[in-house]
Design a protein around this ligand. Structure first.
Ligand code: XMP
Length: 329
């Protein structure tokens, strides 16, 4: 049988063969497990001909940029350039409410940033980078476009994952996707062999389009992103404090584009509603909503309404996948 060590050796061979002796490779790090493991793997295969970029797209979670950059530098020793492109992304997303359009725009902006990064690298190196590493997993591949003979029945696109269906056709870089036959738990095993810190490997998945798929509707409207960041941080921190983080596949908050009436400090309020979502899953393909104790939910809801200006109502998502998806958009 195949072990993860075999997979690792095989992947390193394939990457070395694909890239050759002197080509350079770009990798976009999202701060998630997949891209980090993919980058670490490619780094092992071709060393400093790998050039990583981390894009702050303005759609990251609370203090995420600072937190992941520290991990890349301190623990992983990966060479990473941080590009602040928040304005560029948010300008393009202004007024856009259609979920698929949002994803397409984000995919396009990412690629344009990678192109610029590649051009700058070319000037520095005196030659072009030819490849782009992506941490695409098997479930991403089959959900966007089931491979023939895979036995999967859905033949339409459920969502354009930015790293699969949403790529523009004029992209100049060729793709390297070393994880595309693996499931999430296998990627974690691979990461362990590659000495990626345990705490990092246990991080919940985070979608490429970031908080854009968790602010329903126009992400630039009002201070939705700031509100969502604070709510999400309270929820996640409470989950960690309660020792529940590792029992949950994914937990996050969603900003709903509606207001509801409330009463806070003798005042009638007309403020925002946020939804909490937590699910268990094996691979993200199907998921069950997670059952929290009454007391836990009560504490979290109070902390959120007391601590986050502009929120007067907290609801919990109690649907599984199917019929819902894990994300709301
Ligand atoms: P859904 O919402 O389709 O999500 O049930 C399944 C898993 O995929 C993650 N997800 C994404 N990951 N780019 C990604 O890299 C994306 O565009 C994307 N959309 C969803 C989601 O967080 C869940 O873990």
């Amino acid at each position: 049988g195949w072990t993860m060590e075999d997979v690792l050796d095989e992947e390193i061979k394939v990457i070395k063969n694909t890239v050759g002796e002197d080509d350079h490779v770009i990798c976009a790090l999202s701060g998630g497990v997949d891209s980090t493991v993919a980058a670490t793997l490619v780094h092992k295969a071709i060393g400093d001909r790998l050039h990583c970029v981390f894009v702050d797209n303005g759609l990251l979670r609370y203090k995420e940029r600072e937190r992941v950059m520290e991990t890349f530098e301190k623990n992983l020793h990966l060479p990473v350039t941080c590009v602040d492109a928040s304005n560029q992304f948010l300008t393009e997303l202004k007024g856009v409410t259609d979920p698929e359009k949002k994803r397409k725009i984000i995919g396009k902006e990412f690629i344009s940033i990678f192109d610029v990064f590649g051009q700058e690298l070319e000037q520095k190196l005196g030659k072009k980078a030819s490849y782009l590493v992506q941490g695409t997993l098997y479930p991403d591949v089959i959900e966007s476009c089931p491979p023939p003979g895979s036995g999967r029945t859905h033949s339409h696109t459920i969502k354009s994952h930015h790293n699969v269906g949403g790529l523009p056709k004029d992209m100049k870089l060729k793709l390297i996707e070393p994880l595309k036959l693996l499931f999430k738990d296998e990627v974690r095993q691979l990461g362990k062999i590659l000495d990626v810190p345990e705490s990092f490997l246990k991080r919940h998945p985070f979608p490429g389009p970031g908080l854009a798929v968790r602010v329903l509707g126009d992400v630039t409207e009002g201070n939705a992103l700031e509100i969502l960041r604070e709510v999400d941080e309270i929820f996640i921190q409470s989950i960690k404090d309660a020792g529940l983080y590792d029992s949950i596949w994914q937990a996050f908050a969603v900003f709903l584009p509606v207001r509801s009436v409330g009463v806070q400090g003798d005042q009638r309020t007309h403020s925002h509603v946020v939804a909490l979502r937590a699910v268990t899953s094996q691979d993200g393909m199907t998921a069950d909503w997670y059952y929290f104790e009454h007391k836990f939910l009560d504490d979290v809801a109070r902390k959120i309404c007391n601590g986050v200006r502009g929120v007067n109502r907290v609801v919990q998502d109690i649907t599984s996948k199917p019929p819902s998806t894990i994300e709301w958009e």
